[in-house]
Write a protein that binds this ligand. Structure first.
Ligand SMILES: Nc1ncnc2c1ncn2[C@@H]1O[C@H](COP(=O)(O)OP(=O)(O)O)[C@@H](O)[C@H]1O
Ligand SMILES: [Mg+2]
Length: 125
């Protein structure tokens, strides 16, 4: 409705803009480069910024262009995350049923990551 009023071909600011149609701002390109650097070296990276400045969109674009033969992306979104749920959530995404006790689940996750690295030559993100 407002799209035609403003002569827009698509609804702006929707969550599912195809990543090849995003505006390639300097900040987007710079952040993608830094994430690439961190991923190749298996470093920690934190993306910060005000609401609506494109953090999620940048990470969506980044994860789409990663080669799945080299990287596996795990995604957890929970503002009340406990260590137990962290291990459970990660293991579930790796297709494993998490052990009940936190310490066991932690060792289980470490083992799975080592297997992915050693046998499948996959990096985890
Ligand atoms: N590079 C971009 N080009 C076009 N639209 C963008 C771009 N980055 C973000 N947006 C738009 O802005 C909205 C808010 O971005 P989002 O990534 O959700 O912000 P944040 O996670 O920082 O709160 C997205 O839904 C998307 O529509
Ligand atoms: Mg976000």
């Amino acid at each position: 409705m407002f799209e035609s009023f403003y002569g827009l071909s698509h609804t702006p600011f929707s969550r599912d803009i195809p990543t090849d149609q995003l505006y390639p701002s300097l900040m987007l390109e710079e952040t993608l480069g830094r994430l690439e650097y961190a991923a190749q070296r298996q470093l920690f990276a934190v993306v910060t910024g005000d609401c609506g400045t494109g953090k999620t969109t940048t990470i969506r674009k980044f994860s789409e262009k990663l080669n799945p033969a080299n990287f596996k992306v795990l995604y957890l979104s929970d503002s009340k995350l406990t260590p137990r749920h962290f291990y459970k959530g990660m293991l579930e995404q790796l297709g494993c049923e998490a052990k009940f006790y936190r310490g066991d689940a932690k060792r289980q996750l470490h083992r799975e990551i080592e297997l992915m690295r050693g046998i499948h030559h996959l990096h985890l993100l």
